[in-house]
Ligand binder design. Structure first.
Ligand SMILES: Cc1cc2nc3c(=O)[nH]c(=O)nc-3n(C[C@H](O)[C@H](O)[C@H](O)COP(=O)(O)O)c2cc1C
Ligand code: SF4
Length: 510
């Protein structure tokens, strides 16, 4: 095949694209005489590996599809990528550069608005930067939704001469990947956000704590920090790699891990803002929180605050995953309903079967039935519905899912990941597995084949009716919810009780 040498193909080097075979597709294009540029991902995961030529997309590709793409006969053409319906209804502030720039190219970054936020911040007094962040209404995107500007103000007002910015890039929630996509696709954005935070609170040093399961993000962040050194000086950033414990995403546990200690949760007070890393005042924020700040500084707090719903201001990069047709990254202002996200954006289940449940907010989030689909995506609305939005991960399940097994999994996950510091979580999670097994066994359902510890069989031996076991389960959940030191034990009741409330038949507990 003879090709015009000028054919330029853009293919993502994001970890998801790589896992889907992007390197092999890129190699096939090169072998066919095309030039390949590796860019960030648009976040349309079901189309990866996605190739873009003169703005037109083709995907999902395999190496053998390349000839037809270049010959103009491919049946995998999706038309102009930027006009794709999945993107058309988004409002991308954090992901404004997604799909458009080479992740480690400083010229691309600057040409697409990079550093404008840091320049604006440097032109302001630190307290004015803090005031902008407060005025924007930005809330922490790691899960708790605490106002970012208030946290920054607390650190700014401390008198210590050494303060730190810590970026929480542990991203342990199932079905979430937005932090990873920022770090792999637009790492300078996070560097810029951290540098703004440093200027605002008077910190000269920052750490990015990334889970070891994110090798591509680690490499990109290390490279980006080295390349951006001049832009952010005198602020400096280092990457630290976590060994991969879910609880190390909890901020105080993360700080212990950063200090080289066991990842055990610290009692509060003191807040990390007062005595955090190495006992110093510390801003600890999620990747998406820090990545929201450059836009706020460049465009003004008012513009940001004008987007959103209720007390949830700005945009949220929602991550749609699980059994869903169109999984990917959907950034929009708060307020879009759960039903719109699952059915209209996500296209329903990948299996084609009816949706049974959507877990929102990772492994500690509630399971929502379709009757909750009118819920607007908003911290308060989900809280009132006995749920949470957490880090905005959606995991979709079809009607073949066994919600009793999912409830058991929630307890088993908590038992495996518990740091062990407090009794309701350390012991309660184990008792929870026993109870779910006992309820299901008594109701004639086989206990799951997952290995249980020898001490887990007490509940099964007890002579209780199903109704008595269910009451005990609810009581246990209340103890964990109100008695746990952190949200790992405290929120495990959300998936358990939502499963029990909405699908009692899956426990045999009707
Ligand atoms: C068990 C547990 C795991 C958590 N994992 C994460 C995580 O992976 N990433 C994150 O940003 N926050 C996580 N958090 C929330 C953090 O404790 C903390 O609220 C957050 O880093 C603060 O940043 P933000 O205000 O920007 O959200 C977790 C909390 C708990 C209790
Ligand atoms: S709730 Fe669990 S993870 Fe959190 S402090 Fe207690 S034992 Fe540790």
């Amino acid at each position: 095949m003879s090709l015009p040498v000028s054919v330029m193909v853009r293919i993502s080097d994001d970890a998801l694209a790589l896992a889907c075979g992007a390197d092999a597709v890129a190699a096939a294009f090169v072998a066919a005489g095309a030039t390949v540029e590796r860019v960030s991902s648009w976040g349309m995961h079901w189309l990866e590996p996605l190739a873009e030529i003169d703005g037109k997309g083709f995907g999902p590709l395999e190496p053998e599809d390349v000839a037809a793409v270049l010959a103009g006969t491919s049946d995998k053409a999706i038309g102009p990528v930027a006009d794709h319906p999945f993107l058309a209804r988004q409002q991308r502030l954090i992901f404004a550069r997604a799909g458009k720039t080479r992740p480690l190219n400083l010229d691309d970054y600057a040409a697409h608005g990079g550093w404008a936020g840091l320049d604006a911040a440097h032109a302001m007094a630190p307290e004015d930067v803090v005031a902008q962040v407060i005025g924007s209404g930005l809330r922490g995107r790691g899960g708790a939704g605490f106002p970012a500007g208030i946290k920054w103000r607390t650190v700014a007002e401390t008198t210590g001469d050494t303060k730190y910015i810590v970026c929480n890039a542990d991203e342990g929630d199932s079905g979430t990947f937005a932090d990873r996509m920022v770090m792999e696709g637009d790492p300078f954005l996070l560097v810029e956000g951290m540098a703004i935070a440093g200027h605002a609170v008077g910190a000269a040093k920052g750490f990015v704590y990334i889970r070891s399961e994110y090798p591509h993000a680690i490499a990109k962040m290390q490279a980006a920090i080295a390349l951006a050194k001049r832009h952010i000086a005198p602020f400096a950033i280092e990457v630290r790699v976590g060994a991969g414990a879910y609880v190390c995403g909890e901020e105080t546990s993360l700080l212990n891990s950063l200090e080289g200690k066991r990842g055990e949760v610290r009692a509060k007070p003191p807040l990390p803002a007062i005595a955090g890393l190495f006992g110093r005042p510390t801003v600890i924020n999620n990747v998406l929180t820090l990545a929201s700040v450059p836009w706020i500084m460049a465009h003004g707090a008012e513009g940001y605050a004008a987007i959103g719903f209720g007390r949830s201001r700005g945009t949220m990069p929602i991550q749609i995953a699980g059994n869903v047709r169109h999984g990917g990254l959907f950034e929009a202002g708060f307020g879009i309903t759960l039903g719109e996200l699952v059915n209209d954006v996500g296209g329903g289940t990948a299996s084609g079967r009816p949706v049974k449940a959507v877990q929102v907010g990772g492994p500690l989030g509630a399971y929502h039935p379709p009757s909750d689909f009118g819920l607007p995506f908003d911290y308060e609305a989900f809280g009132e519905a006995d749920g949470l939005i957490g880090h905005a991960g959606l995991t979709v399940f079809d009607d073949s899912a066994d919600m009793g097994a999912q409830a058991r999994f929630a307890f088993a996950f908590c038992a495996a990941e518990s740091c062990g510091k407090c009794t309701p979580c350390r012991i309660g999670a184990v008792r929870g597995v026993e109870l779910v097994d006992a309820i299901r066994e008594r109701a004639g359902r086989k206990a799951d084949a997952v290995e249980v510890l020898p001490q887990m069989h007490n509940a099964a031996k007890a002579k209780r009716t199903v109704a008595e076991q269910v009451t005990l389960l609810e009581d246990l959940c209340e103890t964990m919810k109100f008695g746990s030191l952190c949200a790992l034990g405290g929120f495990t009741p959300y998936p358990v009780l939502s499963a029990l409330r909405n699908w009692p038949e899956d426990f045999g507990a009707r």
